[in-house]
Design a protein around this ligand. Structure first.
Ligand SMILES: Cc1ncc(COP(=O)(O)O)c(C=O)c1O
Length: 377
């Protein structure tokens, strides 16, 4: 699609650019799986698990069928179930909370901090109670949640932590690496993620040998040996084609995350130069945080009108997330009302995600910022 001025659209995300640069590595890897006829788990999955465990510096990495299933498995191996509560953020992708419900437990939402939209440890401390079994923080947009503060709360209350690191592979915060704080962590390799499969895939990580063994068992119908089922599990196994793709892409992940950080820095500089303070507010990055910018999100005035203005100029944007989870129709039974979690509700009205991906070009970023500046002029 072309703009009136003749320049091509600035896509919110263009996966073809990554594919074009990687086809010569990806295609033989996929062909090898097709020729092997070992399509589920097997050597390709084991290889990826070993490589990603080394990358994340964790003792155990277990490949699974999606980030959603990773969350369910992680909660299940902590024996979270009916009668339990799990404290999480209302400002995340739906699967974070639906996974809690899937175990039979109840999600309890703690509001986010306005500056970075990560779960607020003070709000968490206020809702932890006798039924709380675990915390489920999210490393939103590619920035790690405040692991140190959450870890203190969890230790004090003797509860578990499952880290939803679906958006944050490669991120760090102080001494923590995304995927290494808490009892277990979950990653998604959905095709739009920083490390992306060509279908559905996910990962559970843990330092605990016993929990790791149980995740492995539960992802495969509760079985360790064929046709012997020790407990009721699930089909949540990693597909070998996805594992082969992920092994190829993992080699490029650091360079891609670096490119995302460079593009975030370019936005910050261009927005600053355009004098948009007051109209456009970037989110805060903690000084000890290494962000991987799965999304580049700003908070803006007149968000929906700005979005339409950009769309008319061929500039793609997205809203993550337009409705906080405590107000989702399917969670009406939890009894939350509008106004209960004001920071998440405000964020839902003013966040806007700008295009960010490693192959995004400088002139495309300049067009995005010009489009925004034109709107507020
Ligand atoms: C924060 C968060 N949690 C969980 C998920 C679920 O992952 P998947 O789509 O792989 O099931 C996603 C991504 O989609 C996510 O962004």
């Amino acid at each position: 699609m072309r703009e009136a001025g003749g320049s091509a659209r600035v896509p919110f995300l263009d996966l073809s650019r990554e594919y074009d640069s990687l086809a010569s590595e990806l295609e033989p890897a996929v062909l090898e799986i097709l020729r092997s006829q070992q399509y589920i788990l097997g050597p390709a999955a084991e290889r990826f698990e070993t490589e990603v465990a080394r990358y994340l510096d964790v003792p155990h990495a277990i490949g699974v069928s999606s980030g959603t299933d990773a969350l369910w498995l992680a909660l299940a191996v902590l024996d979270v179930g009916p009668g339990d509560e799990v404290v999480t953020t209302p400002f995340t992708f739906f699967a974070t909370a639906s996974s809690i419900v899937r175990t039979g437990a109840v999600p309890v939402f703690a509001d986010v901090r306005p500056d970075d939209l990560l779960i607020d440890p003070d709000a968490v401390a206020r809702v932890v109670g006798p039924r709380t079994r675990a915390l489920l923080p999210v490393d939103l947009y590619g920035q790690c949640a405040d692991g140190e503060a959450l870890d203190t709360i969890a230790r004090r209350s003797r509860i578990g932590i499952v880290e939803d690191a679906a958006q944050a592979i490669g991120a760090r915060r102080g001494a923590w690496r995304a995927g290494s704080f808490g009892d277990l962590a979950c990653f998604s390799f959905y095709p739009t993620k920083n490390l992306a499969a060509c279908g559905e895939a996910g990962l559970v990580t843990t330092a605990d040998d016993r929990l790791a063994a149980r995740v492995r068992r539960l992802r495969d119908h509760g079985s360790e040996r064929r046709y012997e089922h020790l407990e009721i599990g699930f089909n949540a196994r990693l597909d070998a084609i996805q594992a082969a793709v992920l092994s190829v892409k993992l080699r490029h992940l650091d360079e891609w995350n670096e490119a995302r950080r460079a593009r975030a820095a370019t936005y910050a500089q261009l927005l600053g130069e355009a004098g948009l303070d007051g109209d456009v507010r970037p989110l805060t990055i903690a000084p000890d945080s290494v962000h991987v910018f799965h999304q580049y999100v700003v908070r803006v005035r007149k968000r929906d009108a700005l979005r339409s203005h950009l769309e008319e100029r061929g500039i793609g944007t997205a809203i993550h997330y337009p409705l906080p989870l405590h107000l989702q129709p399917c969670f009406a039974g939890l009894g939350y009302r509008k106004g209960d979690l004001p920071e998440a509700e405000r964020a839902a009205e003013d966040v806007l995600a700008l295009p960010i991906f490693p192959e995004l070009r400088r002139e495309e970023q300049e067009r995005v910022v010009r489009g925004i500046a034109e709107f507020y002029r």
